[in-house]
Write a protein of this length. Sequence first.
Length: 623
Amino acid sequence: MDYTKLFRRKSIALIQRDAALGYSDHGDAAPEGGGLRRALGVVDLTALGIAAIIGASIFSMIGTASYNGGPAVVFLFMFTAVACAFSALCYAQFASAIPIAGSAYTYAYASFGELIAWIIGWDLLIEYAIGNIAVAISWSDYFTSLLEGIKLPALGLKDGIIIPSYLTMDFLTASRAFSGMEAAAAEQISSLLAQGNTLETISRVTEIKRTTVDAYAAWANAPRVGGFPIICDLPALVIVVLITALVFIGIRESKRVSNVMVALKLATILLVIILGAFYVRLENWSPFAPNGVSGVLKGVAAVFFAYIGFDALSTTAEECKNPQRDLPRAMMFSLVLCTFLYILIALVLTGMVSYEQLQVGDPLAYVFGAEGANIPWVAGVIAVSAVIALATVLLVFQLGQPRIWMAMSRDGLLPPIFSSIHPRFRTPWFSTLVTGFFVAVPALFMNLTEVTDLAVIGTLFAFVLVCGGVLVLDRKSEQEGQAKGRFRVPYINSRYVVPALIVVVIGSLLYFNPNALSDLFRTVDPADSTIAGWDYVKHKIPLYGYIVLVAVMAYNCVRYRLSLIPVLGLLSCAYLMTELGITNWTRFLIWLGVGLIVYLLYGYRHSKLGKRVDETNGEELKH
């Protein structure tokens, strides 16, 4: 193996030429079925961005984040939004210069080379798949609750529409809850069920959590095949199948549905903000940061999960009417609007009730219940809106992943069928079906807690590489005279700013926490002395790596006068990655390791760029 070929780079000119000619081995044939249909304008793209960003976080995760951080959670939204804004500007520059489907994968191919492009492409697969699974599971929870709230005694539905718990819960949750349940609790639940009590009644009259009651009922009542209980999340499967079918049919149909649903959920959010503002009590905002900085940062995974959707816009580049103009605008419009709404919602929630009451699964509905404003009809509106909101997130993510697979297949790194375009619908039909399968099946059985953080770390990794890619591409464009897009990240010399910022940050840390340096080298957990040595230090490895990265970037800023915005985007996103823990890092690295094996066994041998380089003795890379 020639290891120098691992970093062969595809020039912007070559990427654009291949896009125009059809991506065959020699650039002389159109893709099967013709190209993708260009149907998206700036309004459609902005709506897709809002659809992806406003989802599970604003309807559920914001509650836990507010509980941990108090009203000061608004600062976390601001910090995350700024980090995303830096990345969004870098995405916008790439989207303008390379208006081709593929997102960060294509951008990395142009800046870092083939191996890094494969790594980021493989990373994006897990990001979108895991993100979709998480959204499908959340949608199922909201949909099930909505059905239970439809109580029509005249039609015999006095307890609502009840789907058996073994068809609305993943196997892992049911198994863990049942195996960990005490015998007395299991006997109590069994007795109450036998007396005709509903699951909701049991959770209300006992101290047993509703989720535990549901898990017991699922395990105890599930049909069995050979003694094995059949437990699955059927609503999650159904919504994935429906959304996949919509995406398969076409981009015009998808955008129409998305635009309608986005309008409905924006109307609901504005209702919550305007109506809730009349019930805000200023004393609930004191103390503003009850758990300090650490409390605010506890919600980083949940809050960042809200923002990962805007990068999906870059995967629709070949379906935009004017991608070089509209993609950068839509990314920034959606990011700014959604951040503004998130901050207002957080302030309203923490103002209506104490932050200590917000660790609930449906915080927006909760604050309009008996503990807050006591306006029951609003809770019903919010429940319907949550179901709609999560469906739009799933729609955008299901649009994104097939187009990344399509781009990788066009370059030969995946089998050719992944880039096959349907002759009638003009969508990547096979990639869409595979995406649906790899989301629908795990959504039947996986647990929401297991998947969210993995999606976040994958997204942050993509953002880091995109920001780094702008720095690399700017230098190579100047050296090689490559064409530049209409939009460019504003250049600000980082030579003095970055070192100064590092000094300010270190000084602030030491001012507010004089023991910050000693804590960095501590080998015993101050909260639990039994956790010491490697068991404690291993959790600091991401932070140690980040410190090295900061030092390297500071040196390069001084030496090469790098552009400030990409540097800040890289450093801020890399820091957020350190907050996700060693367990998520381990899982993430294992996934990348599997991807490297796949690349060496297939991608390296079938790379179209590699074949072109071999046939032209390297001349292909010069054009």
